[in-house]
Design a binder for this molecule. Structure first.
Ligand SMILES: [Fe+2]
Ligand SMILES: [Fe+2]
Length: 488
């Protein structure tokens, strides 16, 4: 039952190579299209800057047409696709990608079709229509269509967003935040319902949970940062459910970093959500007991991995989701060196999913102030302690990927800035780990009327240096700060 990360062949086959080349061309198409439209917003058609830019774009399009015949550039759920291939941008292509997605959204179209033989005049006309289109008017798409129809454009056409597609406000940061919250709380509810049924020894309804996990995975793909930031909220009454959802989100996010397939991510999400399902068979007073546990109480708590296996076994039909979840429930408190609990004489390697869930489980527990330490640790302190046990308790390679994913300042960290202000980290910035998005909660005098969110990558126009930088993290408990308040 040991799964490993699939090892990729060193020699990419021909189709993989062609796909990669197509992908690179697609990304160039987006950046060239963005540059040409922007140039057309400033210069006229005869200007040499525009001419050079338009020629380069035309050359690229013609190259693509030669290779593929007709092709389309599509925007779906905030992502761009060349035919069916999603264009993944690194940081430098990100701005152009965002510009094109926004243009599609504002002008209400979903695809641009390119067909041969496209000539310069048509491309110029089309680019100038897009560059000066009125996105504020009554029906932007209708206007755009009219202008395209009244011109000599034959080999370029646009298609409207299908009803029910993602035209809504989800591309706006606020819309995404709302969506992420909705998913988070829905999953919380499903986890609660499912575990309640395990408590009353009824069979666990896995259909609902699988669906909820699928939605979570979709949301994670759409905007990982927003969903991950919710895991920093630790102040739920029903700790076990919130902890389970957090472990699910962070495990799946870690799984995506390892290149797991969508199917594997669903199984991982399911196993992570139910890693502690056995706890519902323990008395609630024991789970919520403030202060240290007695030796007898620990004996009881240590039964939960086996209780979990039993709860999952009580299902009428056992599929591969349940089998994997049983393994994870059994193994999630076993350490890499086979210490931990339940005691086992087996010396085989722990399942990959168990190794993932163990890391995330300990991190969430440590930062919540339950089980491992009664006072919550700051995220960076928790990671520091975990690093000391790499190779013994935790898989060192997985731990490295996990730390990289959370960033130097994980969401929920409280930081002091060089301006003397105090901030709460809201979202990591993968491109610049030392410059996350931060909510400023107090000025240098410890006061602030309104919380303001700032992006630490921002540079001062005059000096060219960062306007704010992080000096160090602080322990929120010393300052009596409720971090969750700022993340909600
Ligand atoms: Fe556990
Ligand atoms: Fe746990």
């Amino acid at each position: 039952m040991v799964s490993e990360i699939p090892v990729k062949s060193r020699e990419p086959d021909k189709t993989a190579l062609q796909k990669r080349q197509l992908l690179e061309k697609g990304k160039s198409l987006v950046s060239q299209l963005c540059a040409t439209i922007r140039t057309a917003q400033i210069y006229d058609r005869s200007n040499s800057v525009y001419v050079r830019q338009a020629e380069s774009l035309l050359g690229l399009i013609q190259g693509l047409l030669e290779g593929t015949g007709e092709f389309l550039l599509k925007s779906k759920e905030g992502y761009l696709f060349l035919n069916d291939t999603r264009l993944r941008f690194s940081f430098d292509g990100y701005v152009a990608g965002k510009f094109i997605v926004e243009m599609f959204r504002k002008l209400q179209f979903e695809c641009i079709f390119f067909s041969p033989p496209l000539i310069r005049e048509e491309l110029d006309e089309f680019v100038f229509i897009l560059a000066h289109a009125d996105a504020e008017g009554e029906d932007p798409f209708e206007n755009l269509q009219k202008r395209v129809a009244s011109s000599n454009i034959e080999h370029l056409r646009v298609e409207k967003f299908a009803p029910g597609s993602d035209l809504g406000d989800e591309s706006e940061p606020e819309g995404q935040k709302k969506q992420a919250k909705k998913r988070f709380f829905k999953t919380l509810l499903v986890a609660q319902e499912t575990m309640e049924s395990a408590k009353s020894k009824r069979s666990i309804n896995t259909v609902k949970s699988k669906r909820a996990i699928q939605f979570l995975i979709d949301q994670l793909i759409k905007d990982e940062g927003k969903l991950m930031s919710l895991t920093a909220i630790k102040s739920f009454d029903e700790y076990t459910f919130a902890h389970s959802v957090n472990v699910c989100i962070l495990s799946v996010a870690l799984g995506t970093r390892l290149g797991l397939s969508k199917g594997e991510l669903s199984e991982l999400g399911f196993a992570a959500l139910f890693h502690d399902v056995g706890k519902v068979r323990l008395p609630i007073e024991l789970l919520n007991k403030p202060g240290e546990l007695t030796e007898e109480e620990w004996v009881e708590v240590k039964k939960h991995p086996i209780f979990g296996v039993k709860a999952l076994l009580s299902r009428r039909s056992i599929d591969r989701f349940c089998t994997r979840a049983m393994v994870v429930s059994f193994e999630h408190h076993l350490k890499l060196d086979h210490t931990g609990y339940p005691e086992t004489s087996a010396q085989r390697d722990l399942d990959l999913f168990s190794r993932i869930v163990t890391i995330v489980d300990v991190y969430d527990s440590m930062t919540s102030g339950r089980v491992y330490a009664r006072t919550p640790l700051t995220p960076d302190e928790a990671l520091r302690r975990m690093l000391q046990k790499q190779g013994k308790s935790f898989d060192a390679a997985l731990l490295k990927v996990f730390i990289n994913m959370l960033g130097i300042y994980p969401v929920g960290s409280v930081v002091i800035l060089d301006t003397g202000e105090i901030g709460v980290v809201m979202e990591a910035n993968p491109a610049e780990l030392s410059c996350p998005e931060v909510a400023i909660i107090a000025d240098r005098f410890g006061k602030r009327e309104k919380v303001e969110t700032v992006d630490l990558t921002k540079l001062d126009e005059k000096t060219g240096k960062h306007t704010r930088t992080i000096l160090r993290t602080i322990d929120p408990h010393g300052y009596k700060l409720e971090v969750a308040r700022y993340i909600y």
